[in-house]
Design a protein around this ligand. Sequence first.
Ligand code: NAD
Ligand code: 0WE
Length: 261
Amino acid sequence: MLENKKIIITGIANKFSIANGIAKSMSKNGAELAFLYQNERLLKRIKPIAEELGVATLVECDVSSDDSIDEAFSEIKTKWGKVDGLVHSIGFAPTDQLEGDFTEVTTREGFKIAHDISSYSFTALAKAALPILSENAALLTLTYLGSIQSLPNYNVMGLAKASLEANTRFLAASLGKKGVRVNAISAGPIKTLAASGVKNFRSMLTEYADRAPLGRTVTTEEVGNVAAFLCSDLASGITGEITYVDAGFNTSAMSSIPKNN
Ligand code: NAD
Ligand code: 0WE
């Protein structure tokens, strides 16, 4: 499905990362991959993953810095010349923003960081990649239901994801004339590093499974397969779209089997 495509993957922190599920599926489907990693500290986790998938291009890129982004893309340009796809799997808010009452805990600085790292970085990477993007290239990001519905503790990240989804539509409108598609996957909750510090995450997963039509949560492999499809030419008619990979959770208002009545 992705033969002869060169795809950049961001956001692998360890084997549990959604970006790792995406890398595995894209690799299985024939893509040649490059990994952008946040900092050197993560290298020892990423190297074995890269080796297993035969990925030779590992480049440091901290999306909070324009210089870091510029350096990373000049390295990719030298190595590859062109790029057929980019996966943005990056989200961050300071921990103090993600626990407690929204009105009380949200600060100007927390808001700024969450939007900078979780939404603007998608625009920034698209901008940096544009000179080497091939015709029919595809960009993809990862979002969450908290963008359109409130839930406890997700707080300012919900606002940042709403911005990221609008970002997806505006990038799609901007890059469509070049044949470039831009989409997002809204994934159900998965126990990754970004979820590990979250209070009551396990009980959230149970509640999700109860309400989801499939009666379970989703895996990074399932998200990865949809990512591979969206970045392939099979999805040539899809852009600006948010595709839910959540076992149907967002389509269901109540669990189907009453517990007590
Ligand atoms: P993860 O912790 O494995 O991945 C988050 C990644 O963001 C890490 O690799 C980290 O290095 C990277 N990152 C953070 N700040 C960065 C910076 N300044 N520069 C470069 N990289 C930076 O967790 P994950 O759950 O795989 O998250 C990936 C994406 O999926 C995020 O956008 C997240 O919001 C989204 N998402 C997660 C879930 C879930 O339940 N896990 C559900 C829906 C969407
Ligand atoms: O988007 C996310 C993860 C967001 C996230 C998580 C962290 C934890 C560690 C962003 N920044 C940080 N910063 C840290 O320091 N998800 C969709 C997973 C997630 O996170 C939640 C959730 C869900 C689901 C936080 C609160 C409530 C639900």
